[in-house]
Design a protein around this ligand. Structure first.
Ligand code: 4AD
Ligand code: MG
Length: 462
């Protein structure tokens, strides 16, 4: 049998490829008097390939009825310039074969299902136009991220997924254990985790940062790109319990350079996707968010607004806007505050830096004012926080004080402290939420719709 041609390659052909073999799923079939027109999509492109099946083909009478929406088919035929105005090429079939039938209960019969309906059939939704676009972009974005760092001499580090340390110190970790909850080993009235699989309490990681720091303090510039897990019970459109994070970590790098990298990184990713995925991006602009392309181009072209946390709080206090959560110096910025700054006040991405140390994790570097730390968050319109990062505390005594202050044990972080004992250097890094970046790029407003199978509180189906 001749080699399979992907629909994408057939449609992009600059000259006829002659006789080809195409396989995919039927989107629609229309029967005319002496022909049937069948749209085949194999997921390699938004566009489908039209196949013309002559009623004189020997299997026509017996099998054309099986070419129903959702069925998997194989078609052999000649790639021919199309008469129709919607496509440049079509196939005139010499034979066709049904590989897998789909009956009338196939749920993707009609166009225009709601995202909520499609979430309930997450195993089939990648066959829809919308989700085909989302997941091709997701793949390309992952590629662009690796390319960005590899081109800049960053080394990719695979940090552990199971860990004993709570990087963010927020206690939002999923426990990993082989202990039988109905019959746990006990010692002095408590569960004895020394008799658990890892002989200590262990969890799914919330961030690869601490491990990445060890490698930055050896290989200079590194990055991680992996799944992270948070057991925070916030059922919002921007939080997932399992999400992917990209975490660059740079030795000999301060907060200003860190913010520069974060801004350049986001701009690069937008440019890459606009250039590499034009069909998908136009689809989102047409069906999801009319203003998408203009907004993204403006983000690439203009510098991000940079201001301190203190300045941000002043703007919010003086805005006259009534927020659900009041803002005052020392409180966390809520999503509504972040969105006010980016959408209403500055109308562009905003990098907020120097947050009060009381609301940030133990590892951030204390500023000379004694009150703030060298933290930074990048906020974008429509989403709020997309990046969180900081310069790290590289001074041993200061770090030990911070651990104590956060009631974390020095024994657990012994190796992290040793990085400060042996050849310590100023270093910085940040984490980009991969799904939040996808939401920003596509205009899709629910994080559940940019992950193949979303994990959120109360939901781990599929
Ligand atoms: O601000 P976060 O918690 O920072 C860290 O984890 C640092 N250790 C990163 C670093 O400096 N290396 O998370 C970073 C980003 C957020 O800005 C957000 O985009 C995303 O991760 N994020 C989530 N995305 C989806 N669902 C959640 N529950 C998320 N929590 C954080
Ligand atoms: Mg954060």
């Amino acid at each position: 049998m001749i080699k399979r041609t992907l629909v994408k390659h057939a449609l992009q052909a600059t000259e006829s490829l002659g006789d080809i073999r195409v396989e995919g799923w039927v989107r629609t079939r229309r029967d005319a008097k002496s022909f049937s027109f069948v749209e085949i999509n194999d997921g390699t492109s938004l566009a489908s390939l039209q196949v013309i099946i002559d009623a004189k083909l020997p299997t026509y009478e017996t099998h054309i009825g099986d070419l129903s929406t959702g069925a998997a088919v194989r078609v052999m035929g000649m790639l021919t310039p199309s008469q129709g105005k919607n496509q440049s090429w079509e196939i005139v079939a010499t034979s066709f074969e049904v590989i897998g039938r789909a009956d009338a209960s196939y749920p993707l019969q009609k166009k225009g299902h709601s995202a909520a309906f499609l979430r309930d059939i997450a195993h089939l939704r990648p066959r829809s136009n919308l989700f085909g676009c989302v997941f091709r972009i997701r793949s390309r974005l992952a590629h662009a991220i690796h390319q960005f760092f590899q081109d800049r001499d960053f080394v990719n580090i695979h940090t552990p997924i199971i860990t004993a340390s709570d990087c963010e110190g927020a206690g939002e970790m999923f426990r990993v254990t082989t202990i039988d909850p109905n019959n746990p080993p006990m010692k002095d009235g408590n569960v004895d985790y020394n008799r658990d699989f890892f002989e200590q309490p262990s969890y799914l990681t919330v961030s690869g940062q601490l491990a990445a720091e060890a490698f930055a303090c050896s290989l200079s510039n590194v990055y991680t790109f992996g799944p992270t897990f948070r057991a925070e019970n916030s059922n919002t459109s921007r939080h997932a319990s399992e999400f992917w994070m990209i975490e660059p970590e740079m030795a000999f790098c301060d907060l200003a350079e860190n913010m520069d990298l974060a801004e350049g990184f986001i701009k690069h990713l937008i440019s890459d996707i606009l250039e590499q995925c034009p069909a998908e991006m136009h689809f989102f602009a047409k069906f999801v968010d009319k203003d998408l392309l203009n907004r993204l181009k403006a983000v690439v072209d203009q510098p991000f607004q940079r201001l301190t946390y203190e300045e941000a709080v002043k703007i919010l206090e003086q805005s006259g806007h009534s927020f659900e959560y009041p803002v005052s110096y020392g409180s966390n910025l809520q999503s509504e505050h972040e969105r006010f700054l980016t959408e209403k006040h500055f109308k562009c991405p905003v990098t907020v830096f120097n947050y009060p140390k009381t609301i940030k994790p133990f590892y951030m570097r204390a500023n000379a004012d004694g009150v703030t730390v060298a933290a930074m968050d990048v906020l974008v319109p429509g989403i709020g926080e997309i990046i969180g990062g900081s310069q790290r505390e590289e001074r041993l005594e200061m770090l030990e004080q911070q651990l104590e202050h956060h009631k974390l044990s020095k024994e657990n972080y012994w190796w992290y402290l040793e990085l400060r004992r042996f050849g310590t250097v100023p270093h910085s890094g940040f984490g980009l939420g991969f799904e939040r970046m996808l939401m920003f790029l596509t205009g899709i407003s629910n994080i559940r719709d940019v992950i193949p199978f979303a994990r959120t509180p109360g939901s781990a189906e599929f």
